[in-house]
Ligand binder design. Structure first.
Ligand code: ADP
Length: 417
């Protein structure tokens, strides 16, 4: 080779490397899957001097290969996509099985699967195919068909292998991005459905429930004997339903940021007394032992009595519910420089470390607890946290784990002078 020929050869190689680099950059950009595939087809034809290119991916379910892209002149993507290529009796199948490139130089080579040309009218004369791999696993084949001039070279094979490696990763990334987008859209849709349901349940059920409550209490007063007992049972269930609907309504107001606060100066012990009044009969019914350690010289807090009361009631209800009969429940308070902390501790079922935050999410319940079928919708703590945070306070849970009891802490900011 003369020096001039060597120079020109080097220049060509340099151009090609630059082109491969360019391709790699484009494949790593944010293209959609469709434009990515079109681009790979064009780059393959250009770099390996061929008339057409295609990508076939292996379909595990049918044990066949399917065209996901092709730019054979005179054929359209749809036609190609509908032609299955068998694993046995096709070049692509053999490339996948052997995980090795194949070069076909003879148009009559019996290994060529004729099913494709028969369907498209395109004639395959020569073919170069390389495996596409993702993390060592062969996922498909990149084929370059009919070299424009001369025969396929080792360089063609190497360049096509580089393209195939880049293409495999780019396709996988694009697919994952599409799947992620779909999952996100599905979730948003579900979230909307959930919010619509909450809105409907909290609003539309009120009126009929009001009628049931009215007639049930009327019947309970008027009816005699057994009929009165039946009316009382209806009334109790309707009252339970009203509590559930009220929880949903509160949740909705919190979601909408509409929890209007009617603040007043109030002592922690007044707040606790009101909450304890609500749950007294439940504590007695489960035989729990209650200890209350509330200092009487605590500074007052400036809060909405009803809303913080509701948060404390929800926390106490849980302590009662998630503690076996005859358990220990302790309420304590602690004054800190800028806040007062109320803690409710039980020696019940406890909460796994990784779920200590999750339990504050709407409708979340610890699976271990659910199997024991406790009443509740899993929104009491979301409401409680929403109410406390509306006061710029904090609510969090502590537990050593399942079976080791739990402590819920409510920190409320002190009234500033
Ligand atoms: P609900 O009580 O209706 O299930 P919450 O939002 O009040 O809903 O509580 C969410 C979940 O947190 C409960 O289902 C339970 O798994 C867990 N949890 C709450 N309080 C306690 C507690 N004191 N001890 C153990 N687990 C608790």
């Amino acid at each position: 080779m003369t020096t001039r020929e060597q120079e020109s050869d080097l220049r060509q190689q340099n151009d090609l490397l630059n082109r491969l680099l360019e391709v790699s950059l484009i494949l790593n950009s944010n293209l959609t899957l469709e434009s990515l595939l079109t681009y790979i087809m064009e780059a393959t034809c250009e770099i390996t001097h061929s008339e057409a290119a295609s990508i076939l991916l292996y379909d595990r379910n049918s044990d066949e290969l399917r065209f996901v892209a092709s730019n054979s002149p005179g054929t359209d993507q749809q036609t190609m996509a509908e032609i299955p290529v068998p694993m046995e009796g096709s070049i692509a199948g053999q490339i996948v099985r052997d995980n090795r490139p194949i070069i076909i130089t003879d148009a009559n080579d019996p290994r060529i699967y004729r099913g494709v040309d028969d369907n498209t009218g395109f004639t395959t004369r020569t073919l170069l195919g390389v495996p596409m791999r993702i993390k060592e696993e062969v996922v498909g084949v990149l084929e370059s068909v009919n070299r424009r001039d001369g025969s396929w070279t080792v360089d063609d094979r190497d360049h096509l292998s580089i393209l195939a490696a880049q293409a495999a990763v780019a396709i996988e990334n694009a697919r994952q991005a599409t799947a992620l987008k779909k999952a996100y859209n599905d979730l948003s849709q579900l979230d909307k459905l959930k919010n619509d349901f909450i809105a409907i349940a909290s609003h539309e059920l009120r009126t009929p429930l009001g009628v049931i409550l009215g007639y049930a209490s009327f019947l309970k007063e008027e009816a005699q004997g057994e009929a009165s007992d039946h009316a009382a049972a209806v009334l109790n269930s309707a009252l339970h339903l009203r509590n559930l609907i009220e929880d949903l309504t509160n949740l909705r107001y919190l979601q909408l940021g509409k929890a209007d606060l009617v603040r007043e100066d109030v002592t922690e012990s007044a707040l606790l007394q009101a909450a304890l009044h609500d749950v007294q009969s439940l504590i007695a019914a489960k035989g729990h032992h209650l200890t209350v350690n509330v200092a009487d010289d605590l500074a007052e807090v400036h809060v909405d009595r009803l809303k913080i009361g509701m948060a404390l009631t929800n926390i106490l209800n849980n302590a009662i519910k998630f503690t076996q009969n005859n358990g220990e429940i302790t309420i304590a308070t602690e004054q800190r420089p800028h806040e007062v902390v109320i803690t409710v501790t039980d020696n019940g079922m406890g909460i796994p470390q990784e779920q200590l935050e999750k339990i504050f999410e709407e409708f979340y319940q610890v699976a271990d607890h659910m199997t024991r079928r406790h009443n509740g919708m899993g929104i009491g703590l979301s409401i409680a946290r929403g109410m406390v945070e509306a006061h710029n306070g904090r609510l969090w849970a502590e537990s050593e784990g399942l079976g080791k009891g739990s402590t819920f802490c409510v920190a409320l900011p002190l009234v500033q002078d």
